[in-house]
Design a protein around this ligand. Structure first.
Ligand SMILES: Nc1ncnc2c1ncn2[C@@H]1O[C@H](COP(=O)(O)OP(=O)(O)OP(=O)(O)O)[C@@H](O)[C@H]1O
Length: 265
C-alpha cells in the first residue's frame, strides 16, 4: 500500500499564480477525479504529480520520499495515445520497460506481464497490429496497458477518454474500474465530464480558478457501478451538485441566465 501526499503545494508561472495551497492524499487502490472550470489548474497539478512540471513550493511525496521528477512509481496516460506508430501493439506495451535491458528470468517475467496486460485490456487478438490499424478506443487501451507495464503505484490520467465517442467511453469506464480492482494502482484522473467523474471516482475534487485551489471534495458513496446507476436519483444528485459547484466557481453565467436577467430588466 502506497500513499501519495500533496501538502500546501503552490505553483507559479512567473508572476502568474496557477495553484495555491493544494492538499490531497491518494492511496493505492483509490480513484480520485479532478474536475473544475477550464484553466483552474487540473493538468498542471497532474503534471506536477507526474514530475513533468516543478512545484514552486509545498510537499509532494510518495511514502515519505520527495518527488523530484518522473519515476516508475507513477505512469501517465494522456488524451492523445502517444504510441510509437512503427511498433506493433505488443512491442508498444513491452517498450515501456526497455525490455532489452532485462536478462533471463526477469525478461521472461516482463514478457509474461505484457501478455497478461494485453489479455486484461482485450487486446490479444490485435497484438501484432500497428496503432494506425486500431480504433481510438483500442489505441487508448494499448496506452493504458503500456502505462501499467511499469507496475506503477499511481496512474495519472489526463482526459484519457476525451477523444472517444460515448459508447466507447462507457466501455473504457468499466474497463478502467476493472483495472483498478486487478492492478490495485491509485488513480488520479482529470476530466471535464462530471458524469464520468462520479461514475469512476471514490472522491471527486473540485478545483476553482484564480488562483487554482480546492473548492470542495465529494466522497462518492454509491453501490457497484453499472451503466444503469447513471439514472439513479443518488447518482444524479452528485452530478447536479458537483456541476453546480463548478458553475459557481467558474465565474461564468450561462446564456440562459443572461437572457433571463435581460428579460427581467
Ligand atoms: N507552462 C505554462 N506557462 C504559463 N502558464 C501556464 C503554463 N501551463 C499552464 N499555464 C496556465 O496555468 C493555468 C492552468 O492551466 P491548466 O492547463 O493546468 O488548466 P486546466 O484546468 O487543466 O485547463 P483545461 O480544463 O482547459 O484543460 C492556465 O491559466 C494556463 O494558462
Amino acid at each position: 500500500m502506497s500513499t501519495l501526499l500533496v501538502s500546501h503545494l503552490n505553483k507559479r508561472f512567473g508572476a502568474f499564480e496557477a495553484l495555491r495551497d493544494i492538499n490531497l492524499t491518494l492511496q493505492s487502490g483509490e480513484f480520485v477525479a479532478l474536475v473544475g472550470a477550464s484553466g483552474c489548474g487540473k493538468s498542471t497539478l497532474l503534471r506536477i504529480v507526474g514530475g513533468l512540471e516543478t512545484r514552486s513550493n509545498g510537499v509532494l511525496e510518495i511514502d515519505g520520499v520527495g518527488i523530484t521528477g518522473p519515476g516508475h512509481d507513477r505512469a501517465m496516460v494522456f488524451q492523445d495515445y502517444s504510441l510509437y506508430p512503427w511498433l506493433s501493439v505488443i512491442e508498444n506495451v513491452r517498450f515501456c520497460r526497455g525490455l532489452k535491458a532485462y536478462r533471463g528470468q526477469e525478461a521472461n517475467e516482463a514478457v509474461r506481464h505484457a501478455d497478461l496486460l494485453l489479455e486484461l485490456m482485450g487486446l490479444t487478438r490485435v497484438r501484432n497490429s500497428r496503432p494506425d490499424q486500431l480504433s481510438g478506443g483500442m489505441r487508448q487501451r494499448v496506452a493504458i496497458a503500456r502505462a501499467l507495464m511499469a507496475q506503477p503505484d499511481f496512474l495519472l490520467m489526463d482526459e484519457p477518454f476525451g477523444a472517444l465517442d460515448t459508447q466507447t467511453r462507457e466501455v473504457m469506464h468499466d474497463l478502467i474500474l476493472h483495472v483498478k480492482e486487478v492492478e490495485k494502482s491509485g488513480i488520479l484522473f482529470v476530466t471535464h465530464d462530471v458524469e464520468e467523474a462520479v461514475y469512476l471516482a471514490d472522491r471527486v475534487v473540485v478545483l476553482a480558478p484564480h488562483p487554482g485551489h480546492i473548492d470542495s471534495v465529494w466522497h462518492i458513496d454509491l453501490p457497484k457501478r453499472t451503466q444503469d446507476l447513471k439514472l439513479a436519483p443518488e447518482f444524479l444528485h452528485y452530478k447536479r451538485e458537483i456541476t453546480q459547484r463548478i458553475r459557481a466557481t467558474s465565474g461564468m453565467v450561462s446564456d440562459l441566465s443572461v437572457l433571463a436577467a435581460l428579460a427581467a430588466g
